[in-house]
Design a protein around this ligand. Structure first.
Ligand SMILES: [Zn+2]
Length: 390
């Protein structure tokens, strides 16, 4: 059973725009919002625009000198010289950058507050999931780390255990860094192996430090991993950890860049497997987090073919009105896609791979299989630290 869900949305988030040659094209957010509307899902949720994250909230995670640098770059983009990661190829400065980044962060913080207070059981901010931003610097298309800020706000409100599960193709390094020594936050990231992908971190041996030892979990999958391996790996690691940790809130990041069409990474996951993992996250929130679920977007650079469908599924699942994979996409949306991008949009809400078949870890593993080796490396590195069998 799902109670009322919130969809965090303020049209102005599409102003998060690094320019025409940058892969993170905000049309992906606009097309997602329109596809959500084309299926009428915006009538199944409460659509809420939260206020931007203010200075005191940003400071829960970010250093004051960095916030000042973002504000300066935002007011004078031409003056950004690469310090604090601002004005780089990945993170070019643009006018209004501070305001729109704070607005996106505010949506994730608002989602966390709504779920914590019980105003909503689930809340989705698909404009969020900017997981690479560091306490003291921009990184990987991310200015303010809305995921970390949502978690920090939950801790401020009194949460004692928050779990963060990140299935973006890239390592959730900024969130891991923010809570590296904090045992109240369990971060779990599944990603392409750091040997072959930015940000070159997320090795299984990264397990946290000090009181937070064992509260960072990294599953680094080989390039080329497809549906069966990806879903198997998720189930081989995440549910046991959540069952042991018993979070009060589950925060998930659903970067859609694991997809085989994604131009920036090398996993080979379909939309159907992404949907299967979204369904699993929803079920895990109910099983282990009292249903309290904050779901965020993230990466995803196949901006027409993949991102809108993936996050529309996410909204449907959170709304308790999941869109069936075989569903035909309304022609009205495809016309909007063409008008905005001169590309032809996809026709169905599936890549034709539903239901996703995979083998359960409990049935045994193959020590010669590279996905199983990755799972074993993670289990061996961190499960004993949590009192679990590797
Ligand atoms: Zn990513």
């Amino acid at each position: 059973m799902s109670g009322r869900a919130q969809l965090m949305w303020d049209e102005a988030v599409t102003g998060y725009d690094f320019g025409p040659s940058h892969p993170m094209d905000p049309v992906r957010l606009d097309l997602t919002r329109r596809l959500v509307g084309a299926f009428g899902l915006d009538r199944e949720v409460q659509v809420v625009a939260a206020k931007p994250a203010g200075e005191s909230t940003l400071r829960l995670v970010h250093r004051e000198d960095y916030i000042d640098a973002v504000k300066a770059a935002s007011a004078d983009p031409a003056g950004a010289d690469g310090s604090y990661g601002l004005g780089t190829l990945d993170d070019p400065a643009f006018a209004g950058m501070h305001e729109v980044s704070a607005l996106i962060a505010g949506q994730s913080v608002g989602a966390a507050e709504a779920v914590w207070r019980g105003d909503a059981e689930h809340a989705v901010n698909f404009a969020g999931g900017l997981h690479h931003a560091m306490p003291g610097g921009a990184s990987g298309f991310c200015i303010y780390n809305d995921a970390s800020l949502a978690i920090a706000r939950l801790l401020e409100l009194g949460a004692e255990r928050v779990a963060y599960v990140d299935v973006d193709v890239h390592h959730g390094d900024g969130v891991q860094a923010a809570f590296w020594e904090d045992p109240r936050v369990l971060t779990i990231s599944l990603h392409e192996h750091p040997r072959t992908l930015f940000p070159q971190t997320g090795w299984p041996q990264e397990t946290g430090a000090g009181a937070g030892e064992g509260a960072a979990v990294n599953l680094a999958l080989p390039a080329g991993t497809g549906d069966a391996g990806w879903v198997r790996a998720f189930h081989a690691v995440v549910p046991e950890l959540l069952a042991e940790f018993r979070p009060q809130v589950l925060v998930t990041q659903h970067g859609a860049d694991t997809h085989f069409e994604d131009p920036l990474a090398h996993l080979a996951v379909s939309l159907d497997a992404q949907r299967a993992v979204q369904v699993a996250c929803h079920e895990l929130a109910h099983a282990y987090a009292g249903g309290r679920w904050v779901a965020l977007g993230g990466g995803g650079y196949a901006v027409v073919d993949v991102v809108p469908r993936s996050w529309t599924h996410l909204v449907g699942i959170a709304a308790g009105k999941p869109v069936a994979p075989e569903t035909v996409i309304p022609e009205s949306w495809r016309r909007e896609v063409f008008a905005r991008t001169r590309q032809l949009g996809p026709q169905r809400m599936t890549d034709g791979r539903w239901p996703v078949a995979y083998e359960e870890w409990e049935a045994g593993y193959d020590p010669a299989d590279r996905v199983d080796q990755a799972v074993l490396a993670t289990r061996r590195a961190v499960f004993p630290l949590r009192g679990l069998l590797p």
